[in-house]
Structure formats: C-alpha cells, structure tokens
Design a protein around this ligand. Structure first.
Ligand code: NAP
Length: 233
C-alpha cells in the first residue's frame, strides 16, 4: 500500500483543478485526476506526463451518482483508502442573474453541481476517508458565497457557494476527529470561468488549496480559508 497521500480532484482537466493536480503531483502525491469527459481527462494526464509528473485519470461526472460510486470502487480496489478529496468542479452559468430575475431552473442546476454533488461525493467517499490517518475534504468555494459580504447579482452561483459552505460546516462537525473539512476561496483567477481580466494567475489562486491538502494542521477544520487565512463565512 502506497505511503503517498492519495488525493482525488474533481474537474481536474482544466483551470484550477488541473493546476491543483499539477502542483500536488509535483509534491509527490498520488493524484487521481477526474473529469467528466474522458478525452479531456486523458489529455490532461498526458500534459502532466510531458512535465515528468504522474497522475492517473478516472472518469467522474459529479452530478451522476453512479459515476461517483464507480470512483469509490476504483479507489478502494487501487488504494484501499483515500486521504484527500478536493471538490473543485463547478459551474458559473451564463444565464445567472439577479435574485429578482434568475430562473429557478438555473438555481436548481447550479445547486446540483456546486452543492448537491459535493455532498453526495463526500457521503460516497467517507468510508475510504475514514481509513486514512489524516483525512481531508476540501471544497473549492468562493467569496461570492460569503454571507458576510453578500451582494446582488449572480444569485444562483452565490446561493450555491453559500450552500456548499454549509455542507462544509456540517460535515466538519460530523467528522470531527476523523477528517478535516474546509472550504477554500481561490480569489479571482484567470481561467475559463474567471475570464482574462481576473486578478490572479492560476498558480497563485491555488497555492492555498495545495497547502490545505498537504501542509495545513489537521486541527484546522470547519473553516473558510483564502490564502491560508481563515475568512468570515
Ligand atoms: P473552469 O475553468 O470553468 O473549470 C470548471 C471545471 O469543473 C472543469 O474541469 C469542468 O469540466 C468541471 N465540471 C463542471 N461540471 C462538472 C461535472 N458535472 N462533472 C465533472 N466536472 C465538472 O473553472 P475554474 O475557474 O477552474 O473553477 C474551479 C472551481 O473554483 C469552481 O468550483 C469555481 O466555482 C471555483 N472558483 C473559481 C474562481 C475563479 O475566479 N476562476 C473564483 C472562485 C471560485 P468540463 O471541462 O467537462 O466542463
């Protein structure tokens, strides 16, 4: 059984998820890079290999419960445990709008990917996380979901990230002593989602995620963290 930390990353084929995989592989972790489109996932693993970095691909559409259970079976067979689950996949729908105008259907689909799927994936992977000596769940959230700085616009996305933070706080309470569970905010990052005018390069935005996965004290749990600092919910 490998001593390397075994880390599953969702939405690992591009943007922040890919860079998380790249940096964790560079630190010697056993990375399971997941993506819903197998071609895109395999291409991402090839890109890492071209940089002498190793990760394995496994298919995962986060909104498909069967896909999550297949991932559980694979990780159980391959490694027998899971050390870190990084829920990074997310959507920021173009049709999102103000609270007064957003279509309820848009809110529903955003909640599905950004809140229900991470809840279900944590439930599914919990038995394997419980076999780790230092289990962690890291939910990639957003300052746009912080109630302390809530504003109008992008209501579906904001609500979904607030709800994701609630998932984090609830699981942190229920898994205290078993797994550290935290939300992180990467800041505004230049990716397909963040756009070209975002303040941060992707490597900057996720240094906090890599720290949270490998270096943060195990006692840090139930928090919302940006750049290694606890921030208000
Ligand atoms: P991105 O470039 O749009 O990438 C999103 C990733 O999520 C892609 O890999 C996408 O896969 C994946 N994904 C979406 N739905 C999925 C599903 N059903 N199953 C599996 N994968 C799915 O976004 P990003 O900027 O890297 O954002 C990553 C995370 O950071 C998100 O949770 C986002 O909310 C958060 N965040 C980003 C920023 C920012 O400024 N960029 C700021 C705060 C928080 P496909 O390629 O198949 O679509």
């Amino acid at each position: 059984m490998t001593e390397k930390p075994i880390i599953v990353v969702t939405g690992g084929n591009r943007g922040i998820g890919f860079e998380i995989c790249r940096q964790l592989a560079g630190r010697g972790a056993q990375v399971v890079l997941t993506a819903r489109q197998p071609e895109a996932g395999k291409e991402a693993v090839k890109k890492l290999a071209a940089q002498q970095l190793s990760a394995e691909f496994h298919s995962l559409n986060v909104t498909d419960p069967g896909s999550a259970r297949a991932l559980l079976d694979h990780v159980e067979r391959a490694f027998g445990r899971l050390d870190v689950l990084i829920y990074n996949a997310g959507i920021y729908p173009k049709e999102d709008s103000s609270g007064l105008n957003v279509e309820v259907e848009t809110v529903r689909t955003t909640l599905e990917t950004n809140m229900l799927a991470p809840l279900y994936l944590s439930q599914t992977m919990a038995p394997l996380l419980k076999r780790s000596r230092a289990a962690r769940i890291i939910n990639v959230s957003s300052g746009m979901g912080a109630l302390s700085e809530m504003q109008g616009d992008h209501a579906a996305y904001r609500i979904s990230k607030t709800a994701l933070n609630a998932v984090t706080a609830i699981l942190a309470a229920e898994l205290r002593g078993v797994a550290a569970v935290n939300s992180i905010c990467p800041g505004w990052v230049r990716t397909d989602m963040g756009g070209p005018n975002a303040e941060r390069d992707v490597s900057e935005g996720l240094a906090g995620a890599v720290w949270m996965a490998l270096d943060a004290p195990q006692s840090l749990t139930g928090k919302f963290v940006r750049d290694r600092e606890v921030i208000p919910w």
